[in-house]
Ligand binder design. Structure first.
Ligand code: NAD
Length: 471
């Protein structure tokens, strides 16, 4: 059993004022594996005060000092790779296909921030003016459970690079990862108060941070619903926000696509992180003229996907993170059937050979139209929809007919044509015949998928305000 009893404020592990204990589960067994003592609003206030006291000195540090601090953070987090690997498997059932990345990404994202900081111009010239990029102040960083350690490290590295200090409110469901990252960051020996980590509930610590007049910036990754609540709270003090929210991303397969290349990419895009990924390509748009062919190939590929024990190297889809998330996925599969979609693979219940854990059957529906709930709502599980289109114009219209706009994938034989289609899709990131990621490029969403961008120079600028000096 894990017992996490402390939070991190002003350079020290301290017992929180909050007394509530929150159970941690292994989703592969549905058993309790530990407890975390949660911070409360008082702890949130203390953390903000510590970050505020540390800001004047940190905001005046040189680029070299910040790079050196980030390098120490990188080394300390990289040294905990194996512990992080174990935690992401135990704490949320990340399958082998995902867990290796989840354990290495927290250090990698710090390295990416170092590279961005090295190239960052804090002062530029605009006509007769000098423009100085000025750090905003205390940053509140709020993370989701589906990549907790990665988001803590990515947001913190960008905030510190900009000269901000931080209060981090990690997901209450990710306390094991948070503990490992906190120990590593403590070992990196940053000045007290520069970062503070208070695991607590969203409606207590999260609200305290997003409403606080001494918090100048919120960088949040999580659901669109919570993002809206944060945006409303932020309005009170004109707190700057970066919101990385949900998605219902299209995978648009053009009529000239090579089926052998398109299917593995479409399946991987749809099922990444067991379907619990903001960028998951859950709407698969296929040409009516080749519908039967794509249905058959997709069904075959998804039927072959192993869903089960995350420690089995062959597993592609691990358990859902919580019982609530398991119920949500079951509910959407039932809704799809009730709406008249045709089930090709999967369905309600657990996959064969699994028992107690929150395992689900990778599910593929066809004859889906874009107004059905399964095509509109972010399910956050391995439930994919095949939607047929008549021509390219209709395909683009369906791809864009969504509240979201985080990511999209276009697959086609003629890459020039696929790129022209990509240009017409309203999303923060459009991938053409690839699933590779570019950490130097901005990441974020259009429409209800968010506000602002992370990564690279955009990620650092998001923690700053330009100041124009004339004369
Ligand atoms: P969530 O919105 O339930 O919680 C995210 C965080 O917000 C948690 O730390 C939670 O405690 C906190 N929170 C909850 N209520 C709050 C409030 N009122 N004020 C302040 N903080 C509050 O999301 P989740 O279930 O942890 O994560 C899944 C969601 O995250 C999905 O919708 C997914 O698409 C999204 N996500 C987006 C990205 C992206 O980059 N766009 C990446 C990963 C996940």
């Amino acid at each position: 059993m894990h017992h996490i009893e402390q939070v991190y404020i002003n350079g020290e592990f301290v017992t929180p004022h909050g007394t509530e204990r929150f159970d941690l589960y292994n989703p592969a067994t549905a058993r309790v594996i530990g407890q975390v003592r949660l911070a409360d609003a008082v702890d949130g206030e203390r953390a903000i005060a510590a970050a505020r006291a540390a800001f004047p000195a940190w905001s005046k540090t040189t680029k070299q000092t910040r790079i050196a601090a980030l390098q120490r953070m990188y080394a300390a987090v990289a040294a905990r790779h194996d512990d992080l690997l174990e935690a992401v498997v135990e704490e949320y059932g990340a399958p082998a296909s995902r867990s290796a990345w989840m354990a290495s990404y927290p250090a990698e994202v710090i390295a990416q921030a170092i590279a961005a900081l090295e190239a960052f111009e804090f002062t530029t010239v605009a006509g007769t003016a000098k423009v100085e990029m000025t750090p905003l102040g205390v940053a509140g960083l709020i993370t989701p459970w589906n990549s907790d350690a990665g988001f803590i490290c990515g947001k913190l590295a960008a905030a510190l690079a900009a000269g901000c200090t931080a209060v981090i409110k990690p997901s209450e469901m990710s306390a094991l990862q948070t503990q490992i990252v906190t120990e590593a960051l403590h070992a990196a020996d940053l000045p007290p108060g520069v970062f503070n980590i208070v695991t607590g509930r969203g409606d207590t610590v999260g609200e305290t941070i997003s409403r606080h007049p001494h918090v100048a910036k919120i960088s949040f990754t999580g659901s669109t619903r919570t993002g809206k609540a944060i945006l409303r709270n932020a309005a009170e003090n004109f707190t700057r926000v970066t919101l990385e929210l949900g998605g219902k991303s299209p995978t648009l397969i053009l009529d000239d696509a090579d089926i052998k290349q398109a299917i593995p990419l479409a399946v991987q895009a749809g099922l990444m992180n067991s379907g619990q990924a903001c960028v998951a390509g859950t709407r698969i748009l296929v040409p009516q003229s080749r519908k039967a062919e794509f249905e058959q190939a997709l069904a075959q590929a998804i039927a072959a996907v192993k869903s089960g024990d995350p420690r089995d190297a062959k597993t592609v889809v691990g358990p859902m993170v919580s019982e609530r998330q398991w119920q949500r996925v079951q509910g959407y599969i039932q809704k799809g059937l009730a709406e008249g979609a045709r089930l090709l693979v999967g369905g309600v219940g657990r996959p064969e050979g699994t028992r107690d854990g929150w395992f689900v059957r990778p599910t593929l529906f066809t004859d889906v139209h874009n107004q059905m709930a399964i095509a509109r709502d972010e399910i956050f599980g391995p439930v994919l929809c095949v939607i047929a289109y008549r021509d390219e114009a209709e395909a683009i219209a369906i791809a864009n007919d969504t509240d979201y706009g985080l990511s999209a994938l276009v697959l086609g034989g003629d890459s020039g044509r696929a790129r022209r289609v990509a240009q017409q899709i309203h999303a923060g990131r459009v991938l053409v015949n690839t699933l590779t990621h570019e950490p130097k490029a901005p990441f974020g969403g259009f429409k209800h998928s968010g506000v602002g961008r992370e990564m690279g120079a955009w990620g650092i600028s998001a923690f700053m305000e330009p100041k124009t000096i004339l004369g």
